[in-house]
Design a protein around this ligand. Structure first.
Ligand code: BYC
Length: 473
């Protein structure tokens, strides 16, 4: 395995693709299908060059090169993090054994399933964001959207490489199917719920990149622990790119909150809609929605799938190697609050092995709290009393033990009528969505920005905010 990336190849890669002609031909056969999919399902806006970063190495420093690129000419490639010499399995029943360079027969189906689910999310998000280029609030934001999109495309390549290289014919068929399913399609939707939701406006985009990309961070973090070394190394490098996507979300919401706070101060009212801002209660409803559909991505609180993946060494815990236990989860119990039909909660104790989805979700929730904290600080610094909060973990859930219950943001189990009455205060209504959409107009003049969002504090790669991030001719 070489670590430098060869851009002379049709498919840039650091996996020495040219030494395996069959694999290279198979991937070169998939490439035009990917390009067709990109043309049909990728960004709707045509441009003449976007200031994008492209990976040029996988090392610690200087891994990315920035330049204006015609988006369809972006060099999607296959990049794995450098191998760790003598890497050992860190958990499960094979703990201490050398990691696998090939897929063990008994784990083939499970590994393929995990890779397909991961792969399915990547093109789905590009599809969800297809129309956003028509209404970006600034050239800086437009550039960030395209950066996220091309890298999600590259993450699809990352999973397709694994399917082609290690899963034979079935893997190749799954790689084709990844381009056939489409976000929101009634006939062949994407696999996970959140990836069939619309990302119809830029507040939704910032929320998606904050909350849903953050699920990506945690899921990739657990796959990075995998005993299947090519998957581990793939995810390690994907996480590097993923950091920017979450930055777009974090700072995007920061900037909306900052602008709303400014308008509230300026006009001395929370009702800033008529002044071109997004009211804080609508922002809270967006938080409620995007956070809870993202919680669904962690699966059920008790999961034999997750237990089996862990025991087999396929999927570890977040920061597995930093955990101070036996890495086999034979001992500890985990408390879980379960809702009851009579409106009460019962605390029960679960075995840690069955509660792995819950464990990962817990890590995710505390990370999400840090966003709430920073957005509340923006409000406090503007001397406003309003505060954002994450809703109760059972609110608006469709997967796991809360599904089928009506649970309010403060954690009360309520009946259908109470839910119907309250939900317009908790989740974006059609009017809220239409209002936010009404603010979305493209602002494509250098240095200009839409009314509803503050400019960023810094530009990209040391460039100023008023840099020409996107060329239109
Ligand atoms: N929707 O044992 P359970 C990202 C199914 S995001 C629909 O509770 P398990 C990105 C499940 O398949 C990260 N179905 O779940 C972000 C199972 O079905 P079967 C994506 C669901 O398996 C932004 C049954 O329910 N990566 O990268 O422990 C932009 C019982 O399941 C859902 C991954 O997810 C759902 N939400 O956990 C771009 C990592 N949840 O087998 C990219 C790979 C569960 O009974 N995936 N089901 O037919 C996994 O690790 C696991 O499959 C899951 C589910 C965490 C998703």
């Amino acid at each position: 395995m070489t670590t430098s990336i060869n851009y002379e190849d049709k498919i840039p890669n650091n996996v020495d693709l040219s030494s395996d002609r069959r694999l290279q031909r198979a991937l070169e056969g998939w490439q035009p299908k990917f390009m067709n999919w990109w043309g049909e399902m990728g960004p709707a806006l045509e441009t003449h060059g976007v200031y994008l970063r492209t990976a040029v190495s996988v090392g610690r420093d200087g891994w990315a090169h920035f330049d204006h690129v015609n988006v369809p000419d972006y060099r999607w490639g296959i990049f794995l993090a450098e191998p760790k010499p003598d890497r050992r399995i860190a958990f499960g029943e094979h703990k201490g054994q050398p990691v696998w360079q090939q897929v063990p027969g008994e784990y083939r189906a499970d590994l393929q399933r995990l890779i397909v689910i991961q792969g399915d999310t990547e093109p789905a998000s590009v599809e969800q964001q297809k129309l956003l280029g028509l209404t970006a609030p600034s050239l800086y934001d437009l550039r960030n959207l395209f950066q996220v999109n091309v890298e999600e495309g590259r993450h699809l390549w990352a999973m397709v490489y694994l399917l082609h290289a290690y899963f034979g014919r079935e893997g190749r068929e799954e790689a084709e199917a990844l381009l056939v399913r489409n976000s929101g399609s009634p006939d062949s939707p994407r696999i996970l719920g959140a990836f069939n939701e619309e990302t119809a406006d830029w507040l939704a985009f910032y929320m998606f990149t904050y909350f849903t990309d953050r699920d990506g961070k945690y899921q990739l973090g657990t796959l990075k622990e995998s005993a299947f070394d090519p998957l581990s190394r793939t995810c390690e490098f994907m996480l590097k790119e993923e950091a920017h996507h979450m930055f777009v979300g974090t700072t995007g919401v920061d900037r909306v909150v900052a602008r709303s706070a400014q308008l509230i101060r300026e006009h001395d009212t929370l009702d800033i809609g008529k002044h071109g801002g997004i009211p804080l209660d609508i922002i809270q409803k967006y938080i409620n929605f995007h956070y809870t559909v993202s919680l669904d991505l962690f699966g059920s609180e008790t999961s034999t799938n997750a237990a089996n993946y862990f025991t087999a060494g396929l999927k570890g815990r977040w920061m597995e190697e930093r955990r101070k236990d036996d890495h086999q989860l034979t001992e500890h119990g985990v408390p879980l609050d379960r809702p009851n039909a009579d409106g009460t909660w019962t605390t029960e104790e679960l075995s840690a092995l069955l509660a792995l989805n819950l464990d990962l979700r817990g890590e995710y929730i505390s990370d999400c709290q840090s966003g709430i904290k920073r957005w509340n600080k923006i409000l406090a610094d503007a001397d406003l009393e309003y505060r954002f909060a994450l809703p109760h973990v059972g609110f608006n859930r469709n997967v796991g033990m809360h599904a089928g219950f009506h649970i309010t943001p403060d954690g009360s189990i309520v009946d259908e009528a109470t839910w119907q009455k309250g939900s317009k205060n908790w989740l974006p209504t059609n009017e809220d969505l239409a209002f936010v959409r009404s603010l979305m107009h493209p602002v494509y003049e250098r240095g200009k920005i839409a009314s509803w969002v503050a400019p960023p504090t810094n530009g990209i790669n040391g460039k100023p905010f008023d840099y020409e991030y996107v060329y239109f001719h």
